[in-house]
Design a protein around this ligand. Sequence first.
Ligand code: HEC
Length: 112
Amino acid sequence: MTRPQRKRAVHSRLVAALLTAVSTTVVCPTLHAADINRGAELYRMHCTSCHGGDGRPLMPGATDFTRPSALLKPDLSLLSVIRAGRGGMPAYQGQLRDREMLDIVAHLRTQR
Ligand code: HEC
């Protein structure tokens, strides 16, 4: 192998390692099976005051989870809204783990 070839080989190994690290970090939260029962319990504790027990909102402006268009976004997009909050909705980062927020999303998806 010439020097430039060796350099390229090292470079592509580095890129592969980096891609593996990134995809593991980003994809991992969804690789575990969600706990739907735990999600339902957490939803009752943290979310019903605005979103309603059955997903029909009590607070005007809160997303109506019974609407067909409500949960079309992928889990990771919904996770980032729940983490950071939006408009009248508080942020849950620091209060719930990502795993728990994803359990709630899984519960909501069973309600439709
Ligand atoms: C204080 C009221 C309130 C509480 C409590 C609340 N939400 Fe919300 N939620 C809102 C409002 C208002 C919106 C609409 C935000 C906007 O788009 O302006 C919303 C939007 C959402 C959305 C839609 C995001 C999207 O991009 O379509 C999701 C998902 C959601 N809430 C999940 C939750 C979950 C899960 C909980 C409990 C952990 C929760 N919310 C608790 C008020 C609340």
